[in-house]
Design a protein around this ligand. Structure first.
Ligand SMILES: *[C@@H]1O[C@H](CO)[C@@H](O)[C@H](O)[C@H]1NC(C)=O
Ligand SMILES: *[C@@H]1O[C@H](CO)[C@@H](O)[C@H](O)[C@H]1NC(C)=O
Length: 253
């Protein structure tokens, strides 16, 4: 995909990165938060970053290509499949944001999620969204082919305290207009185990080992210092001795 980007876009990204080195990154926020939408929905992308006085323009990139809009909010309405892809933004007082991915799908139903990857303990919000909010009844949410939740009238499905076992392939189905049985495409959701706390609560041996290494280094260092000093003194002494002998010798002759 990178080789498809025009060189100018790459240049832009690189120079933007360089210019803004050291500044906090801007953040692209979706409103509403769903990362998967249907055609004809409307989505607003907001760029959160700081604006130096006198420059309130925002740079937007869609799949690495600059967008003409310079407003802090970029409104996609009505959404089309071509609007899918990665969005980044930058303001005068912030570095280029990380990309935010948006998927625009065609069809009657889409299973909406706010992200694809969750950490254990987070809440997974799912929404079975119909094209132009057409009435939808008898809605089921399925995980790996099994019905996980059924609602007679359409409702969001949220899974609090997600665990690894809630990873999987999800879709929803229901009756459009009360009679037409439709299914959404599937979406793969990943729930990751928590890795950060295991580092924070690392066993004390880690700290003990660190202290031991520091003590050993100090002892070795101090020992080296004194032995070098001693050697230096004795060599200076022998050098003086030598000089003394030398200056003495000619007289002796
Ligand atoms: C204003 O900020 C934008 C980044 O959003 C930057 O590309 C542009 O060069 C800045 N303009 C000036 C005059 O500093
Ligand atoms: C829709 O069709 C599936 C099979 O394709 C079926 O299992 C399900 O019960 C139907 N849904 C409703 C609400 O009738």
């Amino acid at each position: 995909m990178w080789q498809l980007l025009p060189p100018t876009a790459l240049l832009l990204v690189v120079s933007a990165d360089l210019q803004a080195a050291g500044l906090p990154k801007a953040v692209v926020v979706l409103d509403p938060q769903w990362v998967r939408v249907l055609e004809d929905d409307s989505v607003t992308l907001k760029c959160q970053g700081s604006y130096p006085s006198g420059n309130n323009s925002t740079m937007w990139l869609h799949n690495g290509n600059p967008i003409s809009s310079q407003a802090s909010s970029y409104i996609i309405k009505p959404a089309k499949v071509e609007n899918s892809g990665e969005y980044r933004c930058q303001t005068g007082g912030s570095a280029l944001s990380d990309p935010v991915k948006l998927e625009v799908h065609q069809g009657w139903l889409v299973l909406q999620t706010r992200q694809w990857v969750f950490q254990e303990g987070e809440t997974i919000w799912l929404r079975c969204h119909s094209w132009k909010n057409t009435s939808l009844l008898k809605v089921s949410y399925l995980q790996n082919g099994q019905v996980r939740r059924y609602f007679h009238s359409n409702s969001d499905f949220h899974i609090p305290n997600a665990t690894y076992s809630q990873s999987g392939s999800y879709f929803c189905r229901g009756l459009i207009g009360g009679s037409k049985n439709e299914s959404s495409k599937t979406v793969d959701i990943i729930v990751q185990g928590l890795t950060i706390p295991s580092i924070h609560s690392s066993p004390p041996w880690y700290q003990i080992a660190f202290c031991l290494v520091m003590v050993v280094l100090f002892v070795v260092d101090t020992g080296l210092y004194f032995s070098v000093q001693r050697n230096l003194r004795s060599s200076v002494a022998s050098w003086k001795d030598h000089k003394f002998k030398w200056s003495k010798d000619p007289q002796g002759k």
